[in-house]
Write a protein that binds this ligand. Structure first.
Ligand SMILES: [Zn+2]
Ligand SMILES: [Zn+2]
Length: 368
């Protein structure tokens, strides 16, 4: 279902930005809906293709992944977010083609066809996403936890409930742009005077403004504040896991959709353990005689320690598995294992009695 934008524009994958721009200009003029034989659907397709491959950064992304989130093509059109850890993709869904890139071509275009392509107000802008890091201990991985994070961010204004209007006042059509969200500005060029569209500075493209601006947020519908948030951390998270909390990013201006919060989990190291997914590795040391005779050893587990029976005749480097004493697998009730590596200590110095005992042992041929 991926769209081939190069095909849409009739260019090669290796085409230069200038070639792409030329191809776009030609096709856009040919299919402009205001023309007698124009084709609205085709025109939109061309614009979509150019909005991606006409932009070097987005083109790179498109070449690599086959689509650009929010561009209308491929999976995740309008959808965003992690899953694959690609959470930091930018949202291009509100990006229109910037005709300024055309060195004034957009103006001439409008003069030719007399149309206003970008009709209506631009859609409400979305609040920005926020990234933050949360630090937890290994015991929190075992049990799950709730942590408080403090975020300094734009939050919806409580006085006007995000509308930007002083309580008791409504929202009206912006008088500056008459609701279109754009204003036309006359530009002098050697070809004559052209009208150039700009985002309306009064309503910032929304097309609507409050009858009276909220005094708390100056009509923005949002205020900057520090906000505490209690976050649930599930059992079994890994170092570097990202928890997405929908709607906890920045509030949008004047009642738009809030962004999301992406919380990076950082797990404090515990030198007693090495984590391998849900399994933990640890090591203990016992004396050589205990290894021969067998013993009970104190073994660290997350949050404490347990007694482990070491069988007689345990060998250096032997690994004893303790089932269910690792960490939980994420989103399951399964728990990993603790793998205990046994080191055997051989004394560097012994006293005369010990020496005598060992020499006696050694003299008994066939014992070892
Ligand atoms: Zn307000
Ligand atoms: Zn306006």
């Amino acid at each position: 279902m991926h769209k081939d934008y190069y095909k849409t524009l009739g260019v090669n994958k290796s085409a230069s930005q200038a070639e792409i721009k030329r191809a776009y200009r030609k096709l856009a003029q040919e299919h402009h809906p205001d023309k007698g034989n124009g084709n609205d659907a085709k025109f939109k397709e061309i614009n979509e293709a150019y909005s991606v491959v006409g932009d070097e950064a987005k083109r790179k992304q498109y070449d690599q992944f086959g689509f650009v989130p929010g561009s209308g093509a491929g999976p995740g059109a309008g959808g965003r977010g992690p899953g694959g850890g690609a959470y930091n993709w930018q949202d291009y869904s509100n990006v229109n083609i910037n005709f300024e890139d055309f060195g004034g071509f957009g103006d001439i275009f409008e003069t030719f066809f007399g149309g206003n392509r970008r009709s209506g107000a631009t859609s409400q802008r979305r609040g920005a996403d926020i990234e933050a890091t949360i630090s937890i201990d290994l015991i929190d991985v075992l049990n799950g936890t709730e942590k408080e994070v403090t975020l300094s961010k734009w939050i919806s204004c409580d006085k006007c409930k995000g509308s930007g209007a002083e309580p008791g006042f409504g929202i009206k059509t912006c008088p500056t742009c008459k609701g279109s969200g754009q204003i036309s500005k006359a530009t002098q060029t050697f070809l004559g005077t052209f009208a150039q569209n700009q985002i309306c500075p009064e309503c910032e493209g929304a097309g609507k403004i409050p009858e009276k601006k909220c005094t708390k947020c100056a009509g923005k519908g949002r205020i900057r504040e520090s906000k505490k948030l209690l976050v649930k951390i599930p059992k079994g998270v890994d170092n570097g896991s990202i928890i997405k909390i929908v709607g906890e990013g920045e509030a949008a201006e004047r009642g738009g959709k809030a962004g999301d919060l992406y919380l990076h989990v950082s797990i404090k190291g515990d030198s007693r353990f090495v984590r391998q997914g849900a399994n933990l590795l640890t090591q203990i040391s016992i004396s050589f005689n205990k290894a021969i005779l067998g013993t009970v050893a104190d073994v660290p587990v997350v949050g404490g320690s347990i007694d482990l029976k070491i069988p007689a005749g345990t060998q250096p480097g032997q690994v004893i598995k303790i089932i269910g004493k690792g960490l939980p697998y994420l989103n399951t009730s399964k728990i990993g294992d603790l793998l205990v590596h046994v080191n055997i200590e051989i004394p560097k110095k012994i006293n005369s009695t010990q020496k005598k005992l060992l020499e006696d042992w050694d003299s008994k041929k066939g014992w070892f």
